[in-house]
Ligand binder design. Structure first.
Ligand code: HEC
Length: 195
């Protein structure tokens, strides 16, 4: 399952594991519990269990984390109060000024999301007539909006000539024919580096 796969990526990446612990201790336990079902935290959990609980909670929430694409992730927009929706935690407007290290925590959260999947973030080119993406078995899976960021796991897909394999839980753009587990493929020339 997707959450298991993502949790495994985090577990294997020493830096992201550390970022997760930092976020759990200094952000979630200080500013988020009491709401959101306590992010799955329960008395008696070990530190390692707490980290995993918080990660799984966030991954199970709709749209909180798009691996590789913090800008699209609600975790970032809510923590920074970007857009019309309410800042999290509610009333936390002063935190970046009043709590030492809070601003760094917000940056840690972005990096955590950006680095969650090993690969290279790339952007879907602008100005293309259609930006269809496919499954391994050539099923059409949907269409990506221009400028979306995807994490490319194989620039030259070994099993599909002329395509790159990418990882993005592409849920908002899927037509229902494909699943994340097979991976997704898009024509190489549709992708440009993220500046
Ligand atoms: C006092 C309770 C409370 C606290 C503390 C709180 N939240 Fe929330 N949060 C809510 C409520 C209620 C909503 C739904 C209403 C809304 O969208 O504003 C929400 C919405 C959100 C959303 C958007 C959910 C969605 O599906 O669109 C995110 C992301 C979020 N919170 C993250 C956090 C994080 C991260 C923290 C800690 C830094 C936090 N919240 C602290 C009550 C809280």
């Amino acid at each position: 399952m997707l959450i298991d796969q993502l949790a495994a990526f985090v577990a294997k990446d020493a830096q992201n594991k550390t970022r997760l612990s930092t976020l759990r201790k200094n952000l979630v336990e200080k500013h988020c519990v009491g709401c959101h079902s306590d992010f799955g935290l329960k008395a008696g959990q070990s530190d390692a269990d707490k980290d995993v609980a918080v990660l799984r909670f966030m991954l199970s929430q709709d749209g909180w984390i798009y691996p590789g694409d913090p800008a699209s992730s609600r975790l970032r927009t809510r923590l920074r109060g970007i857009g019309a929706e309410k800042l999290m935690p509610p009333g936390g407007e002063g935190l970046p000024k009043t709590e030492p290290g809070y601003q760094a925590l917000l940056n840690t959260a972005d990096l955590f999301v950006a680095k969650m999947v090993p690969g290279t973030p790339m952007r879907i080119r602008l100005g293309l007539p259609q930006r269809k993406f496919f499954s391994k078995t050539n099923k059409e899976c949907g269409e990506m909006p221009a400028a979306k960021v995807v994490v490319v796991t194989q620039r030259n897909a070994v099993d599909k000539l002329g395509f790159s394999r990418f990882y993005r839980p592409a849920d908002p753009y899927l037509n229902g024919e494909c699943s994340d587990d097979d991976g997704y493929y898009v024509r190489q020339e549709f992708l440009v580096p993220v500046q």
